[in-house]
Ligand binder design. Structure first.
Ligand code: ZN
Length: 135
């Protein structure tokens, strides 16, 4: 699944600092096997696949991703796509693996690779709160 260029979800993600390039290079898939809610896999060449638990990737009746609170998590994962663009395939995985080893945690929330993504996610939740988006 991709986010349609004319969708309100895309407009929201752009308003939260996601770039067109990031949105173009990311695709979304349901995966319920990972430990956390989401997992971003950066591929060689800059494309990325964002795997989300099914409850976060619920298209509306027109097949679009609606504006809902899942967008905050998606914005977090799009930051990882941006990291992949900035650091390259090898640099991305080296930094993320090292963060997990160093913090002895799969989530590594306080690590240098995750902390900025959580900050962006908090800002997106605040924006959704301001818009009155509660579900
Ligand atoms: Zn993350």
């Amino acid at each position: 699944m991709r986010i349609d260029p004319s969708s309100e979800a895309r407009t929201f993600l752009i308003s939260q600092g996601a770039t067109e390039e990031t949105l173009r290079s990311a695709s979304f898939r349901v995966l319920n096997l990972q430990l956390g809610d989401a997992l971003t896999v950066v591929w060689p060449g800059g494309k990325a696949t964002i795997y989300l638990k099914s409850r976060f990737l619920q298209p509306d009746e027109s097949g679009q991703l609606p504006v809902n609170r899942s967008l905050a998590l998606i914005r977090h994962e799009l930051h990882h796509v941006e990291q992949g663009h900035n650091w390259g395939f090898t640099g991305y995985w080296a930094r993320h693996l090292w963060a997990r080893v160093r913090h002895l945690s799969v989530a590594a929330k306080s690590s240098s690779v995750e902390a900025p993504a959580y900050e962006i996610q908090r800002a997106a939740y605040a924006a959704l709160d301001e818009m009155g988006v509660t579900s």
